[in-house]
Each structure stands twice: as structure tokens, then as C-alpha cells.
Design a protein around this ligand. Structure first.
Ligand code: ADP
Ligand code: MG
Length: 468
């Protein structure tokens, strides 16, 4: 008869209890979040491999009296190997994206949240159909999650002949939700996604006859996919170093540095080892605790590293971004900029901005802001976002803007590590390096706007002169 009872909680159980931290806080938000997670997986599975994305989203009432909704999302991506499907959808924190490379997904959680939410509200399994590239079969599974074990439960399984050489993934889930309320959010989400991915096409078909939207592909130009990278020496912590040492404790310090980190050649490695006061041929496994901590502290302090490489990133690019913004917002004019790579704590990042002016943009008292992180639109939580703060700090009269004005600002941050303010991935936390790049990007496009307005004013003056 203990007074206090102790127990462990599985990751699946944790997220079942705390689903709001992953964005599944209510039935409306759950639909939005489900579609978002599935669409983001689809976009990762296509554009990361330079496939022009075609994504279909079908919504239906599964049981109207109980407000059960079925959501179907299909893509033409690289598919999932058959034997990985159960873990990918049935084990929280299972992912192919725990890599140094820009992705929409980062936590290895989204697909599992969808399954957890579906089974917690309707007790129905997820249906997955997938065919990897060049696969001659299509795999089909019905899956649930054993929540206490954090393991997939296979309810049924079969393979079908892949007659037409299809590749991609299709998913159907039934969950409790309010489509009529979620609809506008979902449409807005797709509109914004199209803004930064004009090379994708989307079909959204709702449960009612007239309830369909089609977002066409506006360009076949795609950004180059990201490459996979190594950690930058400034981004490490003691635990990471310990893990790397364990893999090969006999490796001499010099090779340890040149093989495991981004941009560390022999010369830089030697200078650094000298800076720490160790020997290049010392086996890395011999570092004792204090030395190890000192080693890591010095890695962060050392100023001789190269700047982190940005090959791990895949910015949208000025032209593609301009096309997307033009298509979605229909402004009179749009200016875009892709800034040079920068970094915070060893994580490379790039800021892009677009400024759209006039045309179909409704005049408002504040600039309308569209925020994106790794090409994901951020819709909720604008008040907590550093981008909002920066836009509010700018003195727009400097750029000849008098409110109310038809002004929209688009900011895209891409990084191997986006500093999200929460697991729902809706707001960017305050990081000084990012703040300053965002400010510079917005100023750059704002200056172009000022020039444009000035030129128009002059034209107007001339016109007046000749009119008289
Ligand atoms: P994350 O996207 O953060 O990795 P998810 O739980 O959303 O986490 O997905 C887990 C993994 O499942 C992904 O890393 C990916 O390998 C695979 N996956 C999910 N959906 C798809 C899809 N539509 N096409 C290909 N692979 C997918
Ligand atoms: Mg995901």
C-alpha cells in the first residue's frame, strides 16, 4: 500500500492525452490539422524528390448524425516501402526525416496524431495504400495504434497488382469533426500553400455537390531539392558528441572532426584542436568527462569554423515566389527577395519575402501578413510570431505607404531547424539572427515599393501637366 504510485507513460499515450499541443485541440482544428499533416507529408514525398505534386483531398460525411467525417488524401509521391507502413503510421516518433535537411515534417508525429485522433474519436483504423517508385505492387493496410505499447496494430493487410505503374500514397481516416466550420480554414490553408508552391496542383472535394475547389499548377519550375547535411560544429551539445564518440571511440580527434561535421577540413580541425589544447591523434573515446564538456564549450566558442552550408535548404526562389503570390493574391505588383544564407547556433537559414501591392488586395489598416516556415503556411498564433512583431515595428511612411493601404507581406523562413514556439508549429520564436534577416528582407522589398510609388507619382504629375 504505497502512498504514491509511479508509472511510465508511452509517447502515444502522452499525445493521446495532450493532443492540443500537436494542434488537435477541438473538432474544427482537428480537421484542419489532419489535412495539414497529410498534405505536408504528400508535399515532402513529392517535391523533395523533384516530382511535380498532384494532391487530391476528398471529404465526406461518414456518419452525419454522429458528425463523423472521412478524409482522403492522395499524392503522386515516392510512396512508402510496404514493411515500413505499419511503423510510419503506428509508432509515435518514427520518421525518415530526422536528418539535416529541409523538410516540412520534423517531429515524426503528424501521421500518428491523425491515427490517434481518429481512433480516440471514432475507434476506426486508418486505411493506407502506397506504392513506392517502380513497385509492381500496391500495399494496403488498415492500422490502429496500441497506445500503451506505442506500436502499430495491423487490422488487415493485402497487396494488389500495380497495373498502371502508379506511385504515391493514399490515406483515408474517419474522425469526429465539424466540416462546415473547418472548411474555410482548410481552403485558406490550401490557398496559402499554393502561394509558396505554385508548381503543385490541388483538388479539394467537400461532401456537398458545389463544394469543390481546384488550385491549378501555375508553373512547372520547381526549387532544387535540398541535400542531406552534417551537423555544424556550432550546433552541437554534449549528448550529440557522446553519441558520435560511441560509434567509433578509437577515431583520432582530427578525423573525428573532419568526418562528422559540416565544413571542417584538416587545417580548421588542427587549429581547433590546438585551441582546445589537445593532441590530433588522441582517440576521441579517451576524452574524460571534464574534457568532453570543455571540448563542446570550445566548439561553440571557436570562431574559425566555416559558415554553415545552405545546400541543406531549398528556398522557393524569387521567381517562383512571385508567380505564386501573383496567382493567389492578384495584386497590381509584387516584389520578392531571397536573402543570402545566414545561420543561428550553427543552423543555416534563408529568409525570403514578397511584398504585394494593390490590385485585388483589400486596403486595410495594417499590412496583411502571410507567414511560412519551410514552405508551411502558419495560420494560427500570429500574435506570438516574431514576424508580426517586426512588421509592426516598421515605419511604413518611410516607404510612402499611408494606411489604409492594399499591402500584403509574405515572409518565408527555411532552415534545417525552425525555432517553432510550440509543437503545433504555428509561430516562430524570437531568435535575434532570424529577426534581423526578416527585417532586412522586408526592408528590401519595401524599398522597391517606394521606388514604384515614386515612379507612379511622377507619371501622374506628368499626366497632369500635359492635361492642363
Ligand atoms: P514526419 O513527417 O515528421 O516525419 P509523420 O508521422 O507525419 O512524421 O510521417 C512519418 C514518416 O512517414 C515520414 O517521415 C515519411 O517517411 C513517411 N510518410 C508519411 N506520409 C507519407 C507520404 N504521403 N508519402 C511518403 N512517405 C510518407
Ligand atoms: Mg509529417
Amino acid at each position: 500500500n504505497d502512498i504514491v504510485k509511479f508509472e511510465a507513460l508511452s509517447p502515444a499515450e502522452f499525445f493521446r492525452r495532450n493532443r492540443e499541443i500537436a494542434g488537435f485541440s477541438n473538432p474544427t482544428r482537428a480537421i484542419y490539422q489532419t489535412i495539414r499533416e497529410l498534405v505536408e507529408n504528400s508535399l515532402d514525398a513529392t517535391e523533395t524528390f523533384k516530382i511535380l505534386p498532384s494532391i487530391k483531398i476528398y471529404i465526406d460525411y461518414a456518419n452525419q448524425s454522429r458528425s463523423w467525417i472521412s478524409i482522403y488524401v492522395e499524392d503522386n509521391g515516392i510512396g512508402i516501402p510496404g514493411d515500413e507502413i505499419p511503423n510510419v503510421f503506428g509508432r509515435v516518433f518514427y520518421s525518415s526525416k530526422y536528418r539535416i535537411k529541409q523538410h516540412r515534417g520534423i517531429f515524426g508525429l503528424g501521421a500518428k496524431m491523425v491515427v490517434l485522433y481518429a481512433q480516440s474519436t471514432t475507434n476506426t483504423p486508418i486505411l493506407v495504400r502506397s506504392a513506392p517508385l517502380r513497385s509492381n505492387v500496391i500495399y494496403e493496410y488498415q492500422l490502429m495504434i496500441d497506445i500503451t505499447k506505442n506500436e502499430p496494430v495491423i487490422m488487415s493487410q493485402r497487396t494488389m497488382e500495380n497495373k498502371y505503374g502508379w506511385h504515391g500514397t493514399a490515406i483515408r481516416v474517419v474522425l469526429e469533426g465539424d466540416w462546415s466550420k473547418a472548411k474555410r480554414r482548410v481552403e485558406e490553408y490550401l490557398r496559402r500553400t499554393a502561394m509558396v508552391a505554385p508548381y503543385a496542383e490541388f483538388v479539394l472535394r467537400g461532401p456537398d455537390e458545389d463544394d469543390a475547389i481546384k488550385i491549378p499548377r501555375v508553373t512547372t519550375k520547381m526549387p532544387d531539392p535540398p541535400k542531406e547535411g552534417l551537423p555544424h560544429p556550432k550546433s552541437v551539445d554534449v549528448e550529440l558528441i557522446k553519441q558520435l564518440i560511441q560509434k567509433n571511440p578509437d577515431l583520432p580527434l582530427l578525423e573525428f572532426l573532419t568526418e562528422n561535421f559540416d565544413g571542417v577540413g584538416e587545417t580548421i580541425a588542427k587549429t581547433f584542436i590546438d585551441f582546445v589544447g589537445l593532441q590530433p591523434d588522441m582517440p576521441v573515446g579517451k576524452l574524460i568527462n571534464d574534457e568532453l564538456i570543455n571540448f563542446v564549450t570550445k566548439m561553440r566558442e571557436f570562431n574559425g569554423w566555416r559558415r554553415p552550408r545552405a545546400d541543406w535548404l531549398s528556398p522557393i526562389g524569387e521567381d517562383i515566389l512571385a508567380e505564386g503570390v501573383k496567382f493567389v493574391l492578384r495584386p497590381e505588383v509584387v516584389f520578392t527577395v531571397t536573402r543570402k544564407p545566414s545561420s543561428y547556433m550553427g543552423n543555416p537559414f534563408i529568409v525570403e519575402a514578397a511584398l504585394a501591392w494593390g490590385g485585388a488586395i483589400e486596403p486595410s489598416d495594417n499590412p496583411i501578413i502571410y507567414r511560412f516556415a519551410n514552405k508551411v503556411p502558419l495560420i494560427y498564433d500570429e500574435g506570438n510570431d516574431v514576424i508580426r512583431k517586426i512588421v509592426d515595428e516598421i515605419d511604413w511612411t518611410q516607404y510612402k505607404v499611408k494606411f489604409p493601404a492594399p499591402l500584403a507581406i509574405v515572409v518565408h523562413i527555411c532552415s534545417t531547424k525552425i525555432p517553432y514556439a510550440s509543437a503545433g508549429k504555428e509561430a516562430i520564436a524570437e531568435v535575434p539572427e532570424i529577426e534581423s534577416e526578416v527585417r532586412n528582407a522586408i526592408r528590401e522589398v519595401a524599398r522597391k515599393l517606394r521606388l514604384y510609388i515614386t515612379r507612379k507619382e511622377k507619371e501622374q504629375e506628368l499626366l497632369m501637366k500635359y492635361a492642363i
